[in-house]
Design a protein around this ligand. Structure first.
Ligand code: V47
Ligand code: SF4
Length: 397
């Protein structure tokens, strides 16, 4: 039987340079930066889908992952002034924001005591009082209260600021947080690494090189991380490829990144509201090229609170194999920036249905992508969570 990729490669009208790229993908060879740009600029969406889906199925078959998580956003005030961020305007405009105390954050953790969540994702604005000592204390308290809860905490931007203030180097700072209970690092703060764009959209926070160096230091300490790219604003395709190339090179050195998450620029309530948002077709194109280009990063995530549930379903045909988690209405980053879902939350049952409805296999995973439960054969009783035996020691890749 001919696979989808083999049939698109045989299409007589396919341009020779695009066919060569497709053959490379079929042979599992790496594509070059110029070929990456060419895919963005010239390839049909259907061609990209065939190539990206091939890569996705080589890596993960039909498996589509999600987890059960909640967020803590310690503050929505920030000393930095990223133009795309709906948080940063708050300090300038002296609007009311929130700053949570450690006790308030522990109350959020405790409110999940009876719930089967596996991960807390901590990310927020940057403030001087939220320093290294404050966060090591918070992590210790979370681990004391619920040792098995995975803490995915703080972007490289937050680390850069807190380590500088504490006068420690990246390794020393990360080591202190690791000892306090940090388990992994989320992918935020990467935006677009290229200085020409970074200067225009977020000039005062850490550089692309500093972001990459912090993740590299974490990987050397055995702390895994994710990575992101903020796309669909003033960047051009070659800036996106430059970004993906820097991530691919880091991953070649360390193999420390689990997952890449493209983040679509949303325009409400920020200083870049004059821009239009890119279309769903562009979102899908971007997922596909990312999947093809990042041959060494195992997982590609569609973050559903940002792009919405329908595009998330579509993305599963364009290379995506992970859709993040239940979230439980605990993040405000995207609802403040104009995402459709103002109160993002999905039950396990809804996540499973979203995946099954497009013919994929729903698997609950832990934070480092080890399978916990295969939901493909599970029928949910109405409005009930079913506790089931877990998959033992099986890795997803
Ligand atoms: O770095 C801020 C982005 C990021 C906007 O690692 C915006 O699993 C679009 O990194 N439009 C933080 N994006 C969130 C983040 C993240 C999210 C989900 C999962 C993971 C993970 C990480 O949010 C920031 C910035 O790139 N952001 N404002 C905006 N208007
Ligand atoms: Fe601060 Fe992060 Fe927003 Fe930039 S993106 S202003 S660093 S919260």
């Amino acid at each position: 039987m001919t696979s989808a990729i083999e049939s698109v490669l045989r299409a007589p009208q396919l341009q020779a340079d695009l066919r060569r790229i497709g053959e490379k993908v079929l042979n599992q060879e790496r594509i070059t930066p110029d070929e990456g740009v060419m895919l963005y600029e010239k390839a049909d969406l259907s061609y990209l889908a065939a190539l990206a889906n091939f890569v996705r199925e080589q890596k993960h078959g039909n498996n589509t992952y999600f987890n059960r998580n909640f967020h803590i956003e310690p503050t929505n005030l920030c000393v930095y002034s990223c133009k795309f961020c709906s948080y940063s305007r708050l300090i300038k405009q002296k609007e009311e924001g929130w700053i949570l105390t450690k006790e308030q954050m522990m109350d959020i953790v405790k409110s999940y005591d009876q719930k089967p969540v596996t991960e807390v994702h901590i990310v927020g604005g940057v403030l001087p009082q939220m320093n290294l000592a404050f966060f090591t204390d918070l992590l210790r308290s979370i681990k004391q209260h619920r040792p098995e809860l995975h803490i995915k905490g703080f972007t490289a931007v937050e680390y850069y600021y807190m380590f500088k203030k504490a006068k420690v180097n990246y390794t020393e700072g990360l080591q202190l947080l690791l000892e306090a209970g940090l388990d992994s690092i989320p992918g935020g703060g990467a935006e677009i690494f290229h200085p020409d764009i970074r200067q225009q959209i977020c000039e005062d926070k850490c550089t692309g090189q500093e972001w990459l160096a912090i993740h590299e230091a974490a990987h050397h300490l055995g702390i895994p991380s994710n990575c992101t790219m903020l796309y669909g604003h003033i960047e051009q395709y070659w800036h996106r490829i430059d970004h993906l190339e820097r991530l691919r090179q880091l991953q070649d050195r360390t193999q420390g990144m689990n997952c890449f998450i493209p983040l679509k620029f949303r325009r409400e309530n920020n200083e870049m509201s004059y821009l239009n948002e890119v279309s769903v077709l562009e979102d899908l194109r971007n997922y596909a090229v990312s999947r093809i280009y990042l041959d060494n990063i195992p997982h590609l995530k569609a973050y559903w609170p940002m792009i919405g549930k329908t595009t998330t379903q579509l993305s599963l045909a364009f290379g995506v194999n992970d859709i993040d988690g239940t979230i439980d209405d605990t993040t405000k980053i995207y609802s403040m920036a104009g995402a459709e879902d103002q109160n993002p939350t999905m039950s396990t049952q809804q996540l499973v249905a979203l995946i099954k409805n497009v013919g994929r296999r729903p698997i609950e995973r832990d934070s480092i992508f080890r399978p916990i439960q295969d939901y493909s054969e599970i029928v949910f009783p109405k409005n009930e969570f079913v506790a089931l035996p877990v998959i033992q020691n099986e890795r997803s890749n």
